[in-house]
Write a protein of this length. Sequence first.
Length: 255
Amino acid sequence: MFYAEALGNIGDPRAVEPLIDVLNTGYIELRERAAEALGKIGDPRAIEPLTVALKGSSRAGYRDVGSKAATALGKIGDPRAIEPLLAALKDSQLHLDVHRRAAEALGEFGDARAVEPLLAALKENKRNLGSYAIALGKIGDARAVEPLIATFIDKDLEMYARDREDAVKALGLLGDARAVETLAGALKDRYREVGVSAALALGLLGDSHAVEPLIAALKDSQLHLDVHKSAAEALEKIGWQPGNDEDGAWYWTTK
């Protein structure tokens, strides 16, 4: 197992064919290591065998092989991997972890073909919400804004802290002013990390409508200091200048 990892770290293309052989015929753990190593080397010769490994990961015990293959395809960055990754995302026979890794890889490609499948996954599968959200944010298609907002504010949906954090990060990456109200509300989220990410996302949006809720966050003694600091940072990014008044005093106290 360690030989495969070492070959990946070295990055020598001469290792590609031997690693492909291991991926095709080795024990399960060796196949996982081989897939990971091939992703590190980044040689397009690995696209087809990694695709085969991805498709075959519905077999018992092969979940991690499929996950590593999906991640490797994203690292190699060859557009030929997009369709197999989309197919994996839609394949109900594959494990949710394989879906998650496929979504992450599709986000790295930034191809608009992934938007509708990712939105469908966001609606149908509640276990990988954060990964789908971040992928949509990286792709940057405006079609994702309203569905992400609807998912985040859905009171019937129990989202993990990390998923909520990723959702607000994605809205920041999308850079659409429609998200200002939702992100402003997220400043007071029960999870500190979500409030911090919401503040930073508002800074990325750069919309002047975010100034008032960010200043309110500075003054809110119920919020964590990290949220205060992120709100101050966001105000800087928006271009707000503190004056010689109460708002300015809160800003400088936070800084």
